[in-house]
Design a protein around this ligand. Structure first.
Ligand code: URA
Length: 234
């Protein structure tokens, strides 16, 4: 097997990122630093990265979590905030979140050891849709919502067309379903900010056809095989 595939199967990162480990001369095979991406390795080879031995993970882990607000989606945080990995109790593998939900956002998060799958799902080229429930205070003029549907400039770039539907207006709050096919930083919040509306609650309820169901905040479960297959096909 080629070295980048081997390293990806060790759960280190995607195949492409693993190539950089080789180019940075961090990888040794049987004690010898390698620099060729075409290097092939087998089950009997001893492979190290930064002098730590790595071995392929037999089976990848795929988890669906209902992320609560108040957690960040990375392995560590400079401000010592809690991370979603703090919620995972029964896994020793190197699991990482696929894409990000911001600190104040809750809902569907996928975590996995499978770097290739993670990359495919988050790659902008694949345009997998993400469905959010967003609440804002007061009623919003439909013409402004239409502006958001057509695309607004955030951080200097126009957002792609998206779908937004008013689900309910209750107790002075508008509840929207927002379906976007990009994954830009704080995108939904910034879209509403662009029309001077603050999102006071944000939850992701679906990634493509994969829906968050039956999990309380902070709970997680393994994905069913058909859910994993679905994500591998998108
Ligand atoms: N949009 C946001 O504003 N935040 C998220 O976490 C995801 C999408």
């Amino acid at each position: 097997m080629r070295i980048n595939k081997f390293l990806a199967e060790c759960g280190l990162s995607s195949r492409r990122k693993c190539e950089t480990f080789v180019l940075e001369k961090r990888v040794k095979v049987n004690g010898k630093t390698i620099t060729e991406l075409s290097t092939e390795v087998g089950a009997n080879d001893i492979v190290t990265v930064d002098d730590i031995r790595v071995a392929p993970i037999k089976k990848h882990v795929y988890i669906m979590m209902n992320k609560p607000k108040g957690y960040i989606c990375s392995a560590s945080d400079e401000h010592d905030r809690k991370t979603v990995l703090d919620l995972i109790k029964d896994h020793n593998e190197r699991i990482f979140p696929v894409g990000r939900l911001d600190y104040d956002t809750e809902g569907l998060l996928i975590l996995t050891t499978d770097g290739d799958l993670a990359n495919r799902i988050s790659h902008p080229r694949n345009e997998i849709s993400k469905t959010y429930i967003a609440k804002v205070e007061g009623a919003v003029d439909e013409a402004l919502i239409d502006k958001l549907r057509g695309g607004v400039v955030i951080d200097g770039t126009k957002t792609k067309k998206c779908r937004i539907k008013l689900l309910e207006f209750k107790n002075g709050m508008s509840r929207y379903e927002v379906i976007i096919s990009e994954g830009r930083n704080r995108q939904v919040r910034k879209m509403f900010e662009s029309i001077n509306k603050e999102v006071v609650f944000l939850k992701r309820v679906a990634i493509g056809d994969l829906r968050l169901r039956g999990l309380r905040r902070g709970e997680y479960r393994d994905l069913y095989p058909e859910e994993v297959n679905y994500l591998k096909m998108v």
